[in-house]
Design a protein around this ligand. Structure first.
Ligand code: 1PR
Length: 575
């Protein structure tokens, strides 16, 4: 933060999660964070923020065991400003089906429900957790006074906010309002729920304002400055995109999520660079020039954020060789990026149990992940280790043993924090028998021998080693072990600019209920449109076309918007 802080806000630090982003967002708004480390600190606080990620039961039990619940109640009853985020909002309610025996603060006598995957408006399954950008709309109950509509805590009808959750507070028109609450709603399929809620000194959001770009920073700022109601905002969004009504109802209410991916590795000069090749070969074709250098990671991440990327992913692509716990530059990249980039950040590469060569001690995958979360990551992405864990899972007859990175990280940080990155390669076969136990499909293309049947073999170590596990076996196992999202690459399509592998995406989407991100092959904006129209995929990722400067992320969004697909409008960045 530069300059004198405008004020101080107390932040409760009681659960695992990426709290650094919230601190960064508060500092970006010009305020200073003071940590609450004991119930005594709450008594001293003027305004407090209760963040929360993961499990309702864990959060409320930790708060209760540490003696926080009575002092939070006192703070609220004393009329001092309170802001709950995500599970911090859920804590205001009486209970949740996620942990039926654990009581919430009970300010609102409603019980939280779990999203029903079958309750999609078009009759298809919807992914749970619900991950993505959605509205927080007060249109349903705001009185029109003198023709002007006031903004509630800086919320804007044309903006979108980042949500990640499986449980929600159902919204029944008029019910909460009768008790004096103002409610902003979001919709996921046929379920309408509380996206933000406030009354008097209490305000809460189910979405993460610290991950919602400029729109989210405005909400944080409004809370810090005590601006419950303000003049309607002059829309800073790209109006061309703000008015789009998705012909297919959006992703059940969510926008089409566009992710920029940065493959990072050390080049021959020892610098960390963003690189990109094809089929996972990142060396220049003239090998004397070494690893392709397409730019600096933090700079590129910022650029894509400004262009409207909904998420940024970093993959440390040589971490199977290097030891990430010694890889401080990667942590530094995350730290610096999270100071400027207020959308979700994922980091992958080398998340597994390893031996620290310095001390010869084993460092658990959970500890590696913890370092990344503390440096500003919202999700970790597990590649090779997930394949090995899935193999063990099937050897045990379809059971985890609780020790894999996927299981330990999702138990500690929540399913939504664990992405599994899949690197499949196509294996063509003459007939179904050749597939043996593997799931196969009829591909829309053929190999040189004219075969169109194929299965997709999982690989590890950046595609260097192919395993006898197919992609469906992998994704089913990792979903059962606690993964919250699949990042689906395709080695044959990587860097090809030929478009996504739709056969592969359909196959994986049909196999799991968690969100799937399409990756590999995007070369033009039309490829994003194609994958959203032709499959039920939840998000689409691009790398090379952005790094080589062929297209801006905003051009992809403009194209989707022009074709009637709902995207998050990119906004001016000042909060
Ligand atoms: O196995 O847990 O250490 O994780 C290593 C991670 O690094 C994995 O997620 C793996 O996908 C990734 N990785 C390893 N080697 C490479 C490589 O390229 N040599 N990159 C690599 C994977 C694939 C995508 C790429 C898309 C889109 N990159 O992330 O960005 O294919 O590209 P395009 O739009 O240009 O077609 P672990």
């Amino acid at each position: 933060m530069t300059g004198k802080p405008k004020g101080k806000v107390h932040l409760l630090d009681y659960v695992a999660g990426n709290i650094r982003s919230l601190v960064n967002a508060i500092e970006k708004c010009g305020w200073e964070v003071e940590w609450v480390r004991s119930p005594e600190d709450v008594k001293k606080a003027d305004r407090i923020i209760l963040p929360g990620v993961g499990h309702f039961g864990h959060c409320l039990t930790s708060l209760s065991n540490a003696g926080y619940l009575p002092v939070i109640r006192e703070h609220i009853e004393a009329g001092k400003p309170f802001f709950g985020i995500c599970v911090g909002q859920q804590a205001l309610f009486s209970s949740s089906v996620e942990a039926p025996n654990v009581a919430g603060l009970g300010l609102i006598p409603t019980s939280l429900k779990r999203f029903d995957p079958a309750a999609a408006e078009d009759g298809t399954k919807k992914s749970v957790p619900c991950i993505g950008w959605n509205s927080a709309s007060t249109l349903h109950h705001q009185a029109q006074e003198n023709g002007t509509r006031q903004s509630f805590y800086g919320l804007s009808e044309s903006s979108k906010y980042y949500y990640v959750h499986s449980y929600f507070a159902p919204y029944t028109p008029g019910e909460l309002e009768r008790d004096g609450w103002t409610v902003a709603t979001a919709r996921y399929g046929s379920e309408t729920y509380v996206g933000a809620i406030g009354r008097g000194n209490v305000f809460a959001t189910q979405f993460h304002p610290e991950k919602s770009g400029a729109a989210g920073l405005r909400v944080i700022k409004a809370f810090l400055e005590g601006r419950q109601l303000s003049e309607p905002l002059q829309s800073s969004v790209n109006s061309k995109l703000a008015d789009v009504t998705d012909a297919r109802g959006g992703m059940n209410g969510l926008t089409r999520r566009i992710i920029a991916c940065l493959d990072v590795r050390t080049n021959d000069a020892g610098d960390l660079v963003v690189t990109k090749g094809d089929q996972y070969d990142v060396r220049e074709k003239d090998d004397t020039r070494g690893v392709r250098n397409l730019g600096k990671p933090v700079e590129l991440a910022k650029r894509y954020y400004q262009q409207g990327a909904d998420e940024v992913t970093f993959l440390n692509i040589t971490s199977f060789r290097d030891v990430p716990i010694r890889d401080l530059p990667m942590l530094e990249i995350l730290r610096r990026t999270s100071e400027e980039v207020f959308v979700p950040l994922t980091i992958g590469g080398g998340i597994r149990d390893m031996v620290d060569p310095g001390t010869s001690q084993t460092v658990k995958a959970l500890d590696v992940a913890k370092m990344y979360f503390e440096s500003g990551a919202d999700k970790v992405s597990i590649g090779s280790d997930a394949v090995l864990a899935a193999e063990e899972f099937w050897k045990r007859g379809g059971k985890g043993d609780g020790t894999s990175g996927i299981e330990t990280i999702s138990a500690a940080y929540g399913r939504q924090a664990v992405v599994v990155s899949v690197d499949p390669k196509k294996v063509y076969i003459k007939n179904g028998e050749e597939a043996q136990t593997h799931h196969f499909v009829k591909s829309s293309e053929t190999d040189v021998e004219g075969r169109s049947l194929c299965w997709y073999a999982c690989t590890i170590k950046g595609g260097r080693e192919t395993r006898d596990l197919d992609v469906v076996q992998l994704v089913k196992a990792v979903e059962a072990m606690g993964a919250g999202e699949i990042l689906l690459n395709a080695i044959d399509r990587d860097g090809s600019n030929r478009g996504y592998d739709l056969d592969l995406i359909r196959m994986v989407k049909a196999a799991v209920g968690i969100p799937v991100i399409a990756s590999s092959g995007a070369g033009v904006p039309q490829h994003f449109e194609e994958v959203f129209r032709e499959t039920a995929v939840d998000a689409a990722l691009g790398a090379g076309m952005f790094h080589r400067g062929e297209y801006l992320v905003s051009q992809v969004k403009d194209h989707l918007g022009e074709q009637g697909l709902l995207v998050r409008p990119y906004e001016e960045l000042a909060p």
